[in-house]
Design a protein around this ligand. Structure first.
Ligand code: NDP
Ligand code: AKG
Length: 431
């Protein structure tokens, strides 16, 4: 008798965001023949912080949370990037998102490097008081790993101006009285009444809209009457939809974490926003639209598709069914490498995340400067400056893409990486 054992077959490894960002990086690095030493440095993160910290809950019990901050690279300036509160936050997600920040800040010509972090948590199950204590404890535990001239967090998924105000307050309270106000720019995305920038709330979505507008102008098209869908109706998705609607485009489908709705005759952005506010943040049941299966969402009939939620949403499983001719990546890493290959084969244009959603970090830079210089900027001048900066980047990326006959993502990565390479070489470290 043989002693048979059931051998479990190894499960296929699921491609993660880190695989994607590294593949995107390597593909651009090959194209520009990146200095091999710089390639080694940029392939890995500089610092990775994992913190387990205890917080007392409303019921008196103590829960231990896990927070992350990954600092990828700071060759061009202090680390910069958001904090995400979501169950999917882990070390690999933080690494990938930190790398995207490095390319994003470099591409935008900002004096920053890249970082990202957050807490592995479903914030919807905690009270506001608990979230405040969690945020303050996390900030305290991060200590001098963040700082206004060292690493400057900002909002991301499930964090907002209130979260940033708690972080700023906690961080500043660790300084001597005379030093406190000098440290306000330890975070950006703060409330306007507390060191925040007019317009930072809409900066990312405004930037998404602008890059779509620039693309239409370049192709002698107008946005009027163009149909668009948005995955994620939070900060980025809502504001992008708001500005597109103002320009005459028609929102025909929205998906959030709870469900998906569609109406080919159009969904009024403000009505959906108000419905969501009154409905615990969910769009489900919105009376001016019909519910639909989430799996069919990206196959909706439309001209423009805006993924503005999480990473890895457009993959080989749904890329063939996409009807839009333009994908504007509001989210970070929404299209995986396999999905992207299919989209490119099909002639679908992608405005890559590191350009498309860079309005947020550009707005953050303005806030940081405002705080640093003791100034107060007005909304009009801020949006104007933002547009100017994004237009410059857009022109550079499209020109590079055309000259080298490559897609916009590879062009954007190439420009971003070359700027960092130049900084290293100018310092004389790697001749
Ligand atoms: N905030 C910023 O300034 C910037 C953000 N980004 C990126 O934009 C994206 C969105 O961020 P932001 O708008 O700030 O985050 P928010 O938390 O404000 O909104 C996130 C939205 O995504 C939805 N969502 C979450 N999970 C899913 C899912 N599985 N399927 C469909 N929808 C889902 C949420 O739905 P629900 O409300 O139901 O949970 C919510 O509508 C992220 O990728 C972020 O990294 C990029 C640059 C800057
Ligand atoms: O505003 C910032 O500093 C960064 C925002 C962010 O996290 C992002 O661009 O992905």
């Amino acid at each position: 008798m043989t002693n048979e054992q059931t051998v479990e077959k190894p499960k296929p490894l699921k491609r993660g965001m880190l695989d994607n960002v590294l593949e995107q990086f390597n593909s651009a690095a090959d194209k520009i023949d990146l200095n091999p030493n710089v390639r080694k440095i940029l392939s890995i993160t500089n610092t990775e912080i994992i913190i387990h910290f205890p917080v007392r809950m409303d019921n008196g019990e103590v829960e231990v949370f896990t927070g992350y901050r990954v600092q990828h690279n700071n060759a061009l300036g202090p680390y910069k990037g958001g904090l995400r509160y979501h169950p999917t936050v882990d070390i690999d997600a933080a690494r990938a998102l930190a790398m995207w920040m490095t390319w994003k800040t470099s591409l935008a010509g900002l004096p920053y490097g890249g970082a990202k972090g957050g807490i592995q948590i479903d914030p919807s199950i905690y009270s506001k008081g608990e979230l405040e204590r969690i945020t303050r404890r996390f900030t305290y535990a991060l200590g001098e790993n963040i700082g206004p001239e060292h690493d400057i967090p900002a909002p991301d998924v499930n964090t907002n101006d209130q979260t940033m105000a708690w972080i700023a307050d906690t961080y500043m309270s660790t300084k001597s009285t005379s030093e406190r106000s000098k440290n306000q720019h330890v975070v950006t995305g703060k409330p306007v009444g507390s060191g925040g920038l007019e317009g930072r709330d809409r900066a990312t979505g405004y930037g998404v809209y602008l890059t779509i507008k620039f693309w239409s102008e370049k192709n002698n098209e107008t946005l009027k009457g163009k149909k668009f869908i948005v995955q994620g109706f939070g900060n980025v998705g809502y504001w992008a939809a708001h500005f597109l609607e103002n320009e005459g485009a028609l929102l025909v489908g929205v998906q959030d974490a709870f469900g998906s709705v569609q109406n080919q005759k159009g969904i009024t952005v403000e009505d959906l926003f108000n419905y969501g506010k009154a409905n615990n943040g969910s769009i489900v049941g919105f009376p001016e639209a019909s519910a639909m299966e989430g799996k069919d969402f990206f196959a909706l009939d439309c001209d423009i598709c805006i993924p503005a939620a999480l990473g890895n949403q457009i993959t080989k499983d749904n890329a063939r069914s996409i009807k839009a001719s333009l994908i504007a990546e509001g989210a970070n890493g929404p299209t995986d490498v396999e999905g992207e290959k299919i989209l490119i084969e099909r002639g679908i244009t992608i405005i890559p995340d590191i350009m498309c959603n860079s309005g947020g970090v550009i707005g953050s830079y303005f806030e940081w400067l405002q705080n640093r210089n003791g100034e107060l900027w007005q909304m009009d001048e801020i949006l104007e400056k933002l547009e100017k900066k994004l237009r410059t980047t857009f022109k550079k990326v499209t020109a590079y893409s055309e000259e080298n006959n490559i897609d916009m993502r590879t062009a954007a990565f190439s420009i971003a990486i070359a700027r960092i390479e130049k900084a290293y070489i100018l310092r004389g470290i790697f001749p």
